[in-house]
Design a protein around this ligand. Structure first.
Ligand SMILES: Cc1ncc(COP(=O)(O)O)c(C=O)c1O
Ligand SMILES: [Zn+2]
Length: 473
C-alpha cells in the first residue's frame, strides 16, 4: 500500500517568492544540497521536516477514487479534496495525495486501452471510463531506430502523442480535469491555452455535453484556432501573450463560481493526467523505466508528473527501482527554465516569449521550480534550441521515421541533439523522447524551404522526365 502525504518543509520556496520581488536568486551554499523529492514521500518523519501524513488503512474509493487529500507543495499543509488550488497557509500550489490500494500489473493490463487503465492511480471516480469522455491515452511508443542511427544513439523510443483524440497529450490532462470538475459540481469547462489545450477542452466539453469557454492569445496558429472552433464552444482571442491570457483566466476563475478553468482552479487534478504518459512508457517498455527521457517544458507540469509517475511505479513495486535521468526542452525564445538551470537558480525569472514554438510559449511557468528540482535530483538538465534548429528537427523526424511532429516536438528533438553534442546525454543509454503534438497544427513553421519540385507539371511522360532530371541536377 502506498501513502502520499505532506512534503518536507522547504524554505527555498519562500526565497523564491522573495525573488519575484527583486531578491537576489543566486544560490547560497546552503541550497546546494539536493533537496528530496517533493509531492511524494514514504511514511515517516525526518529530522527538520514537518510530520508527513501516514495512513495504514485504505478507505473505499470516493468520487475522487483513491485520492485522499490535497497537500501544499511549498509548506506541506494538507487540506480536504475539493475546489481549491492554492494553500490557505502560504498560497503555494496544491497537489493530490492518495491512499492507494494494492495495484497489480495484471489488473492494469486488463483495463481499457486508454488512460483509464490507470484510473486507480488518478483522482477520478472509478467508473470514469463508462462516462462520456474522449478516451485519450494508450498512444504508441515507437522504436525509432533510423533516427537513433542518425543521432548516434544506441536505443531510442518516441512516445507519439499525436494518437490522442485532438492530437496532443492535452487530452489526458483535460479528461482527468473534466471528471474532477463534474464531481465538484462545475458547469462550464474553461481554460487559458497556448493552443492544444483549447482543442482538448472544446472537444472534451462537446463530448460531455457541457459548455466550454477557451481563452487564447490572438496570434495562435490558424490550424489550432480552426481545430478548436469546430467543436462549437466559445473561443475568445485575447490581445497579448499567453501570460496575459493566463492572468485574465485567474481573475475570471475567482469571479465565475461554476467555471472550471482546468489549468487554473482545477489544476491539482488536471496535472495528474500527465502521469499517465509515464505509466504508459514504463508499461510499454515491458514494465521498466527508461534510462533517459527528454520532455518539452512550457508550464513544466508534464515533466514533473512523468517523474511522479515513475516514482509511484517504483513505490508500488510495479517496476524495478532503476536510475533514470529527466531532461527538459525549451525554445531559446522562451527558455526561462533552461536559463535558471544554467545559472544554478532555484527559481525562474519570467521572460517575454518570442518563438515559433507557440505551444511552449509560457514566459512565467507555474511548475518551473519543480522542473529544476526533478532534473537536478535525477542528474538531468534543461536546455534550449533556436527556431532554425526546431524546424530542422521537425524535418529530420519526419524524414527518418515518418512522424510529423509540431513545433514542440521539434524543440524536444532539437534539444536531444544539443544535449548529445554537449555530452550531457549518454548515447549508450536507452532514451525516450516525447512527441507531444501534431505537425498538421503548426504547418506554417515548415511551409517554406521545403523540397523543390512542388510546382504542377503537365500529365505527360516528357514532363515527368524533365521534372526528374531537374530534381537530380
Ligand atoms: C504540444 C505541447 N507539448 C508540450 C507542452 C508543455 O506542457 P506543460 O505546460 O505541461 O509543460 C504543451 C503545452 O501547452 C504542448 O501544447
Ligand atoms: Zn502552503
Amino acid at each position: 500500500m502506498l501513502v502520499q502525504g505532506a512534503t518536507p518543509w522547504n524554505p527555498r520556496r519562500l526565497l523564491g517568492r522573495l525573488t519575484q520581488c527583486g531578491f537576489d536568486p543566486r544560490r547560497g551554499s546552503s541550497w546546494q544540497v539536493p533537496t528530496p523529492a517533493r509531492g511524494y514521500s514514504a511514511a515517516g518523519t525526518d529530522e527538520g521536516e514537518r510530520p508527513r501524513t501516514v495512513t495504514t488503512a485504505v478507505s473505499a474509493p470516493s468520487g475522487f477514487g483513491f485520492a485522499s487529500h490535497l497537500f501544499c507543495r511549498e509548506c506541506g499543509a494538507t487540506s480536504a479534496l475539493g475546489a481549491s488550488h492554492a494553500c490557505a497557509e502560504c498560497f503555494g500550489p496544491l497537489e493530490v495525495g492518495y491512499e492507494l490500494p494494492p495495484v497489480t500489473r495484471a489488473r492494469i493490463e486488463a483495463g481499457p486501452a486508454s488512460i483509464w487503465r490507470y484510473a486507480s492511480l488518478l483522482p477520478v471516480p472509478q467508473d470514469v471510463a463508462a462516462r462520456p469522455n474522449t478516451e485519450p491515452g494508450w498512444t504508441r511508443l515507437a522504436r525509432t531506430d533510423q533516427l537513433a542511427r542518425e543521432l548516434g544513439l544506441r536505443a531510442l523510443w518516441l512516445k507519439d502523442e499525436r494518437g490522442n483524440p485532438t492530437h496532443s497529450f492535452k487530452d489526458r490532462v483535460v479528461a482527468v480535469a473534466l471528471a474532477a470538475a463534474v464531481e465538484m459540481g462545475y458547469k462550464v469547462l474553461a481554460c487559458p491555452s497556448t493552443g492544444n489545450l483549447a482543442n482538448a477542452v472544446a472537444a472534451a466539453a462537446a463530448r460531455a455535453g457541457i459548455r466550454s469557454v477557451v481563452l487564447i492569445p490572438a496570434d495562435l496558429e490558424p490550424q489550432k484556432i480552426a481545430a478548436t472552433a469546430i467543436y462549437g464552444g466559445a473561443m475568445v482571442p485575447i490581445e497579448g501573450t499567453y501570460d496575459d491570457v493566463n492572468r485574465l483566466a485567474s481573475e475570471l476563475a475567482d469571479d465565475r463560481e461554476d467555471w472550471a478553468f482546468v489549468n487554473v482552479n482545477v489544476r491539482p487534478y488536471y496535472a495528474e493526467g500527465s502521469k499517465t504518459i509515464g505509466y504508459e512508457i514504463a508499461e510499454q517498455l515491458g514494465w521498466r523505466l527508461p534510462e533517459q527521457i527528454v520532455v518539452p517544458v512550457a508550464s513544466g507540469a508534464q515533466l514533473v508528473k512523468i517523474d511522479k509517475a515513475f516514482r509511484e511505479l517504483i513505490e508500488l513495486g510495479l517496476v524495478a527501482d532503476t536510475k533514470y535521468r529527466v531532461f527538459g526542452a525549451q525554445a531559446t525564445g522562451c527558455s526561462p527554465v533552461a536559463a535558471a538551470f544554467r545559472a544554478g537558480y532555484d527559481v525562474v525569472q519570467p521572460v517575454k516569449p518570442a518563438t515559433i514554438a507557440k505551444s511552449l510559449a509560457i514566459g512565467n511557468p507555474a511548475d518551473g521550480p519543480y522542473v529544476l528540482d526533478v532534473v537536478r535530483r535525477t542528474g538531468g538538465a534543461v536546455a534550449d534550441v533556436g527556431d532554425d534548429e526546431v524546424v530542422h528537427a521537425i524535418r529530420m523526424l519526419a524524414a527518418t521515421e515518418g512522424i510529423f511532429g509540431e513545433t514542440a516536438s521539434g524543440v524536444t528533438l532539437g534539444v536531444l541533439r544539443r544535449l548529445l553534442t554537449d555530452g550531457l546525454l549518454d548515447p549508450g543509454a536507452e532514451t525516450v523522447i516525447i512527441n507531444s503534438g501534431d505537425g498538421l497544427k503548426t504547418l506554417d513553421a515548415v511551409a517554406s524551404g521545403g523540397p523543390a519540385g512542388t510546382a504542377a507539371i503537365r500529365p505527360t511522360l516528357e514532363a515527368f522526365e524533365a521534372w526528374e532530371s531537374a530534381r537530380a541536377a
